[in-house]
Write a protein that binds this ligand. Sequence first.
Ligand code: ZN
Length: 299
Amino acid sequence: MSQFQVKQCPVCDHNDFSPFLTTTDFFVSGEQFEIMHCNGCGMKITSNAKDEEHIGKYYQSEEYISHSNTGKGFVNGVYHLVRKYMLGRKRNLVHESTGKNKGHLLDIGAGTGFFLKEMKTKGWQITGTEKSADARKFAEEKFYLKLNPAEDLFSFNDHSFDVITLWHVLEHIHKLNDNMDAFFRLLKPGGKLIIAVPNYTSFDAKEYMNYWAAWDVPRHLWHFAPKNLRQLGEKHGFSVQNMYNMPFDSFYVSMLSERYKKSSFPLFRGLITGKISWLISLTRKGRASSVIYVLEKNK
Ligand SMILES: [Zn+2]
């Protein structure tokens, strides 16, 4: 048994699903995966992904840029520039949403530790979990950061963090509800949970359909619209306080989607679609390609 079979919607607990679309793992395996629609809440769920033990091989790609640090290729080069800009934006968001300049921050899925290193430099006490042993090793060698394996989340002390962040991580987590429970338990009263995830109601998602790069199956198990994320948060004792767009995601995802579609001039076309998506998201945050949600732990 290596299939990750979702029998119950993690958001609304319904067990009644309809087929939504079939898409391809364009990034690593070339295999096809189904996405299903929850008839209770509309949540989209990758239906034939692999369980935690067997999903590892779908992360093995030289192109897996969130862990790569070479500047090769135009898209990769842009990605690294954007990451630099986004580090500052994430830091400001933590400061604004917590109202603190220092505190204890937990980053889930910390990757190679770029964000945590930035926050540590600014005086924050930091803790990070990361599933990949290679990424943990990189963080230790490059930034002297000792990250914890993912399962350590469940043994941290209650009420020990001011803020927990997940930058494009929640959609990868198998034990979604167990993790949300842990976040509630670990945060101090009034603590903030900051979650960035792709948005399947975005302009670029509708435009690219099954080629939309942010489906990213089977690595993304869960696909959220703003109402789904809000409902998940409320189920676990959180209220959504604010939503922000991630300005570059619309461009990056659109360029990647054009590449998957094998369009001619993918970068140019992606820039145009990305720009439309970005313009829409300026006035309607709920239509952004990726949304950053700031949730507050209810008192
Ligand atoms: Zn549901």
